[in-house]
Design a protein around this ligand. Structure first.
Ligand code: BTN
Length: 329
């Protein structure tokens, strides 16, 4: 059935709402026409709206709004060999599930997506609001075998790629708030959480987690997030297709990862970061190890550290920390 389901979905999607002949599908799948009809009924039960007409066949009117694994897989183009996808209804944290899968020896690369998380995690041990299946919770498992010194640029490089991708799903791309936030103005549309296990002098396990606020309506955020969060759908003024976004995200992350491992990410990185950078030229406070530092953001150094100029024009370099924008330049 899964292969049949992919094939049916591929045919329906390729017609972009046009008709697919039931007889032709039956021939291709080696099924009876009743067999095709049964599969269509299963898709209907899963949330697809399909129209059927005697002389014309079937057409796809509406795909499910929630994540649907076979649809994500069908929409994935250029999937690298060996990639596998796990879509769960609910999990504690997709990052934790990837860690468990890596420990159990699952071949990489793979991705874990969930409709909900019960213990979604953000930076500094904070929780990530993960109750809504209208949003995307995704984590990727890799075994890059690169020296740890390469890692500081990883999340920043992924951030640039995600901004560029999201610019195709909303009228404007989000900005990057160093090091891991995707924002529109002062509101967060997404965040990244990278976790690595180091073996001697190499990265053994690498988990890259992304949370994207996709279709949560403005009045549905919990009170503490209402002023700080925004969804792509709000920015776009209409719902964003979650399954298409999931497939595009997977494709882009895998491409970006390959470029990173092959050391092809450096060229042009600074310019691409600059294009999406929220902070350059802004007066900020950076909290690091319990200390507050004030200054104006100058940019990033080659290793991805944030450069701040203080009031005495001294330059300071930070590899980690939490930034708050103080005021406009
Ligand atoms: C942050 O902004 O602090 C990072 C948020 C990262 C959230 C994502 S949701 C998918 C993955 N699973 C988690 O538990 N966290 C990341």
């Amino acid at each position: 059935m899964p292969q049949n389901e992919h094939l049916i979905l591929r045919e329906l999607l390729a017609r972009e709402g046009g008709w697919v002949s039931g007889a032709a599908l039956a021939r291709r799948l080696g099924l009876s026409r009743v067999g095709v009809w049964q599969r269509m009924e299963r898709l209907r039960a899963a949330g697809f709206t399909l129209e059927a007409k005697r002389a014309r066949g079937y057409r796809l009117v509406h795909a499910p709004e929630q994540l649907y694994p076979a649809l994500v897989e069908t929409l994935l183009r250029g999937r690298p060999r060996g990639f596998s996808l796990l879509v769960l209804d609910e999990v504690d944290s997709t990052n934790d599930e990837v860690l468990r899968q890596l420990a159990a020896g699952r071949p990489t690369p793979f991705a874990v997506l969930a409709r909900r998380q019960t213990q979604g995690r953000g930076r500094f041990g904070r929780s990530w609001h993960s109750a809504s299946p209208a949003n995307l919770y995704a984590s990727f498992g890799f075994r890059p075998r690169v020296p740890p010194a390469r890692m500081p640029l990883f999340t920043l490089w992924m951030g640039v790629n995600l901004c560029e991708l999201l610019g195709h799903f909303a009228p404007e791309a989000p900005r990057l708030k160093w090091p891991n936030d995707l924002v529109y103005g002062s509101r967060k549309a997404g965040g990244m959480l990278t976790e690595a296990r180091i073996d001697a002098d190499q990265i053994r396990d690498l988990v890259f987690g992304v949370g994207l606020n996709v279709n949560t309506p403005p009045d549905a955020w919990p009170a503490d997030l209402a002023r700080r969060a925004v969804s792509l759908g709000q920015i776009a003024g209409r719902p964003v297709d979650l399954n298409r976004l999931a497939a595009a995200l997977i494709g882009r992350v895998l491409l970006a990862y390959t470029a990173f491992v092959e050391d092809r990410h450096r060229e042009g990185f600074a310019e691409r970061w600059h294009r999406h950078d929220l902070l350059r030229g802004r007066a900020v406070t950076l909290l690091e190890g319990g200390r507050r530092h004030h200054g104006t953001v100058v940019g990033l150094d080659e290793e991805g550290a944030l450069l701040l100029r203080d009031e005495a024009a001294r330059l300071h370099r930070f590899r980690a920390g939490e930034v708050t924008v103080e005021r406009e330049p």
